[in-house]
Write a protein that binds this ligand. Structure first.
Ligand SMILES: C[S@@+](CC[C@H](N)C(=O)[O-])C[C@H]1O[C@@H](n2cnc3c(N)ncnc32)[C@H](O)[C@@H]1O
Length: 208
């Protein structure tokens, strides 16, 4: 994913990305309903697997932080973009002691079993080394949740739009997600379709 422009892409657009969550009704009218579906899906998985500690990789402005904290779940959000981190920290202030936000990238995840669940929503889209990200998430937590965009016209348009700014956008079908998971020693618990937008994958460490 990295290019000089990629490094600043999300930082410069943090307010715009955060605004997607301003109104679910408007988001659905604009075809961005899957943003809310994947958030709810990740929250449901965290609750159903009894997670107490969650790592939110590429937490952005922090849309996942408050909903998890409201359920008593502690979350560490990480993101390299300073503007995203500032917004996520404001969200974290609402739940002192439960939420924290660190400015770092997924390449710096070195923790082992520090969390019950590692989540990455809207991140695999931009990752050139998805297997490495999955391995790091699967090392940090025994369960992993990630959203993966599907191939199609919408994805193609994003590739053109983002590509003009030096940002690669990647597509994944179910077979590729399954094979990446297996290479990262994870098994697929569920691949939840997000309409035509892609999948929310719930993965768990394979028994060794
Ligand atoms: C589309 S946003 C998604 C944010 C949030 N997870 C959400 O669901 O709204 C992608 C996020 O990935 C972050 N990101 C980019 N490169 C990253 C990296 N190397 N490690 C972790 N996060 C990264 C961006 O800064 C941005 O906040």
């Amino acid at each position: 994913m990295p290019s000089a422009e990629f490094d600043t892409y999300f930082d410069q657009r943090a307010t715009r990305f955060a605004a997607f969550y301003g109104s679910e009704r408007v988001a659905r009218l604009l075809g961005r309903g899957p943003l809310f579906d994947r958030l709810r899906g990740a929250i449901d998985i965290a609750v159903s697997c009894g997670a107490q500690r969650v790592l939110d990789v590429g937490c952005g402005s922090g849309p996942l932080l408050g909903p998890l904290a409201a359920k008593g779940i502690a979350v560490v959000g990480i993101d390299p973009a300073p503007a995203m981190v500032s917004m996520a920290r404001r969200e974290a202030e609402r739940f002192p002691g439960l939420l924290s936000v660190e400015q770092r990238s997924w390449e710096e995840i070195g923790e082992t079993d520090a969390y019950d669940l590692a989540v990455a929503l809207g991140v695999f889209d931009y990752v050139d080394e998805p297997l490495e990200l999955l391995r790091r998430m699967g090392g940090a937590a025994p369960r992993v949740v990630g959203s993966f965009p599907a191939p199609g016209l919408r994805l193609r348009l994003r590739q053109v739009r983002y590509g003009a700014r030096g940002v690669h956008v990647h597509a994944y079908d179910a077979a590729r997600i399954t094979s990446l998971a297996s290479a990262a020693a994870l098994r697929v618990e569920e691949l939840k379709p997000l309409g035509r937008a892609g999948f929310l994958a719930h993965l768990a460490r394979s028994a060794s």
